[in-house]
Each structure stands twice: as structure tokens, then as C-alpha cells.
Ligand binder design. Sequence first.
Ligand code: PMP
Length: 405
Amino acid sequence: MGFDVAKVREEFPILSRQVHGKPLVYLDSAASCQKPWTVIEAMSRVMESSYSNVHRGLHSLANETTEAYEAARRSVAKLIHAGSVDEIVFTKGATDAINLVAASFGQRLVEGDEIILSVMEHHANIVPWHFLRQAKGVVLKFVPVSDEGELDMDAYRALFSPRTRLVSLSHMSNVLGTVNPAAEIVAIAHAHSVPVLLDGCQSIVHEIVDVQALDVDFYVFSGHKLYGPTGIGVLYGKAEMLATMPPYQGGGEMIASVALDTITYADPPHRFEAGTPAIIETIGLGAAVDWLMAQDRDAIAAHEHALYERAYEAVRGINGLRVIGTAPGKGAVLSFTIDGVHAHDLAQILDRYGVAVRAGTHCAEPLMTRFGVTSSARASFGLYNTVEEVDLFVDALIRAQTFFA
Ligand code: PMP
């Protein structure tokens, strides 16, 4: 099928804007992606033509909107090769999805039970587990990370004990770009009868994910990093796993019946979707997923990889620049520090050239500590970025550096 980046850029209206009189070079897709027309239009279309609350009405608008909402669930199931649409729970985002698992699955954990995490996790995959540590005395164990930014798989194997109850790891690091060996991670955990949650926030964007082939128990991601809107994300849970989990929020839509002294709950996924959902955002996510599935994803992955390689080769020669995360096969995320230059200052200077990069801890403070830095700058590449933009970024970086010299 191939991939025509110039053509694809025309589908993203924001990419034609300027910043400080310069063409926008958006290299912050790992934080949030820009949106194609198809997503923008799907969201306004529902408000213009069929908007209603979902599931509860018998009128035409309710039926049409419910159909569009549930079509998004089918699209997501298809995207990740879920065995059933009922394994797709809509959440506010990846953070919300992990909190859901911690609050619901976490109810079965008792003092001394163990959860395996890693040093490279986003705070979204650390803090909800800290809640269980604080509330119940659950023990958190962390897989260390090598200097290149790879998980230490021997250490991972050695962390299992008869008290291990869950493994929760990122599939791809938002800072290092490392793609962790998901199938191996799951196989090792399952050999100990331990379920696995994969944080797919970054990986879902860059690679084809097959939850059944991975045999993973939970997989989470956010819509806004997948060319969809904010306020919507996904928890995939194996049917047999979700079936054993109690609801974690109560309200409308998640019950089978309510009386004054008894209550029964709906089956998954509705058991976990209390209240009026993010209807418009869900429909927007469905449009993003349909759009992405229609693209040549292998060609996109090759394109993004080529952008990363070009950027990496160009910046590694810059005096005092250190790239954080050099694992083989890593994704299109370039984190770096420059001696004597604070990442925030760097990001602000780059912004003067129209170049948007992120700077800070990237919500991964333990990882920053591991690499002995307090912050880093990060350029991340999306399918709409071009070779010319990589070169503009590198030029701006060299100019920014002379600014500090
Ligand atoms: N995990 C990873 C790996 C991420 O990159 C992010 C977003 N930066 C999150 C979790 C949290 O996603 P959200 O803020 O959309 O819930």
C-alpha cells in the first residue's frame, strides 16, 4: 500500500499553522497526537445530526448514537485483535484504566502480596499501585533497567515469588522508546500463574498489537495518543478476568438491577462504565481507529523509524548531548540532555523556531533518577512528521546550543 507523508499531512489541519512566524514542527506526539479531519468531523457530525445519550433511550437519536458508540467498541476490538467486543472497557484514558484495575482487581490483594513493575514506568503505572501499598501493605517490586534502557529480564525472572499477584509493565517506554519483549514477559509471568497488564499507550501507536497472540490479560491505552480525542481510553481485559472483577464505580448503566436493599451488576464491559460515558470522544476514537487501520501500518512504522534514525545520527555528534535510551529496535522517541542546558530552556528556545518538543520528567521520575538526570528534552515522531522537519529540529537544536555557549 505504501505511505505518502505529504498526502497524510493534508488530513491534519493543524499542521499548516505557524508558531512564532515559523512552520509548526510538531515533535510531541508521544505526549499527544494531532487529529485528522476524519476524527474532527466524526465528532462534530454526531453533535450536529444524531446526538443523544446512549443505551437508555428508545427514540431514534438514542439508537443512532448508541450504534455509533458501540461501533467504536467493535473498531477497538478489531484494532487489538480482542476475542470479543465485551473485552473492551471504555475509560477516560490509560491512567483511568490502570486505576480501574488497581481499584477492582486490587480488592483481592492482601498484605504481603507482590506486584512487579519496572523502573521505566510512567507514573500512571506506579501511583495506582502505591495506593495499594499504602492501603493494604502490598509490596511493589521493580525490574531494573540497563544503561541502554532495556529491562533486565534476568532480574525480572528473579523477582517472582509465591506472593506475586500481578505484573504491570509498559510495552513501550514514553521516555526511552524501548519496546519491551511483551510475549516473553507474559510467558514468564504465566509460568508462575501471574496475570500481566501491559501499558500500551505508546506501543499501540507504532505497532500492530494482537492481545490474543500476546496472551496478555490487560492492555491499556489512551485515545489522544492514537490520533483520537482526549477524555477516552481503553482497558482491554480477558473475558474470564473481567468476569471475576467487582465494579469500582457505581451509578447508572453498570447495574443489572437495584432495589433498596439489594443490587446486582451488569456484565462486563458495562459493569465498569458507570454513568454517561464520553460519547462524542468515543465516537471520535472509533473514527481514529478506523482511519489508522486503513493505513499501511508497516510502512508507517518504517517511516517513523527512518525519522528517528536520521535525528539520532544527527544529534549524537552534538557536543555535550547525551541520548537517553539506545535499546536496539526502539521506537521513535528521542530523549536527550545537553550539558549545561536545562531541558526547559531548550524547549523554549526550540519553540521560537516553531519546533515543539517536551521537556521535564515525562511523568517518569524513577527513570530520571536511574539515569542520574532531573529532566530531559524529548522529540517524538508521529506518522505525519517529515525528513525536512527532522532537519529543522536539528538546525534549531544547534542554534539553541550556541545561544547557551
Ligand atoms: N503510560 C505511558 C507509557 C504514557 O506515555 C502515558 C502518557 N504520557 C500514560 C501512561 C498516561 O496516559 P494518559 O495521561 O493519557 O492517561
